[in-house]
Design a protein around this ligand. Structure first.
Ligand code: CP
Ligand code: NVA
Length: 320
């Protein structure tokens, strides 16, 4: 790869103001983010200066727990020459009921971007509507776009392409399933998903998937059917944040939807495994499969940093 050492080496994209969900992006937008992410990784690995957000501040609002998202955004801002401010839902005035419309306008007076992790996608959309600065979705119940950008980056790194590969998701039709379906299809991948009845992906995502031109999309009940000839097998927890009380009921509903050696034997030889983490070994994935694919899974975790630096650069600094 050609090293990128100056701002002009990056393709500057005229993207949306915000990154709220992958449904808002084109396949071309996603490819551009992944290309810049590869350059960010190259620069960081080779000690090349890339302080493009010097003097800029990212506000990070967390209404749910996080390890990867918090550390990768904060570290990413530091590496780009900027600064990140952590705001916990509970300890800020958000937790005492200050309207999101007001928080948006206040943070827009101090900061250059906002990352938010919360429950409702509508909250993030409202924040973006009232903020004059870019808003980045760091996970909602509906979507996890930054994670899926990192997943796509990792698959492309390992497989040298995305188009024509088969991505298979096993488990809950949750935020990860929603974003993987949209991201995978927009990048020209075939996508198959296996969920138990009652746990399907969001209807808006299914509508998009069924209408996507030239895309092969399959929603099935059988994990075995979904996994056949897959190039990438992906899973996620059975109970997401906010669903802790349903954990027992979900364990019963998802029995049989485990990524294990028998399921992997149906996938393409050399198939990758991805998991956004945290993982529950013995539930959605066996320890054996997890450890056999640990390098790919931790590459995926690392690539959160590079993919998000690309997003922040493109939204918060690339156009200047
Ligand atoms: N995968 C992910 O978003 O991890 P965190 O919940 O630790 O941020
Ligand atoms: N589906 C999981 C993803 C965690 C990164 C959750 O929302 O808890």
């Amino acid at each position: 790869m050609v090293p990128a050492v100056c701002r002009s080496c990056y393709e500057v994209m005229k993207m949306q103001k915000d990154l709220l969900k992958l449904l808002d992006l084109s396949g071309k937008d996603i490819a551009k983010i992944l290309n810049v992410a590869d350059q960010m990784k190259y620069n960081q690995k080779h000690g090349l200066a890339h302080g493009y957000l010097a003097g800029k501040t990212l506000a990070m609002i967390f209404e749910k727990n996080s390890t990867r998202t918090r550390v990768s955004f904060e570290t990413g801002m530091f590496q780009l020459g900027g600064h990140a401010v952590f705001l916990s839902g509970k300890e800020s005035q958000i937790g005492r009921g200050e309207p999101i419309e007001d928080t948006a306008r206040v943070l827009s007076r101090y900061c250059d971007g906002i990352m938010i992790r919360t429950y409702g996608q509508d909250e993030v959309e409202k924040l973006a509507q009232y903020a004059s600065i870019p808003v980045i979705n760091g996970l909602t119940d509906f979507a996890h776009p930054c994670q899926v950008l990192a997943d796509l980056m990792t698959v492309r790194e390992h497989m040298a392409r995305l188009e024509g590969l088969k991505l298979c998701f096993i488990g809950d039709g949750n935020n990860m399933a929603n974003s993987l379906i949209v991201g995978g299809l927009k990048c020209g991948m075939d996508v198959s998903v296996a969920c138990p009845e009652g746990y399907d992906p969001d209807p808006r995502v299914l509508e998009f998937a069924r209408g996507a031109e030239d895309a092969v999309f399959q929603l099935c009940r059988s994990p075995e059917e979904a996994a056949v000839d897959a190039d990438v097998v992906i899973t996620d927890v059975w109970a997401s944040m906010g669903q802790e009380e349903e954990a027992q009921q979900r364990r019963a509903a998802f029995a049989g939807y485990q990524v294990n050696a028998a399921l992997m034997a149906l996938a393409h030889p050399g198939a990758m495994v991805q998991h956004c983490l945290p993982a529950h070994r013995g539930e959605e994935i066996t320890a054996e499969v997890f450890e056999a694919h640990a390098e790919e899974i931790f590459d995926e975790a690392e690539n959160r940093l590079h993919a998000q630096k690309a997003v922040m650069y493109l939204l918060m600094g690339g156009g200047e």
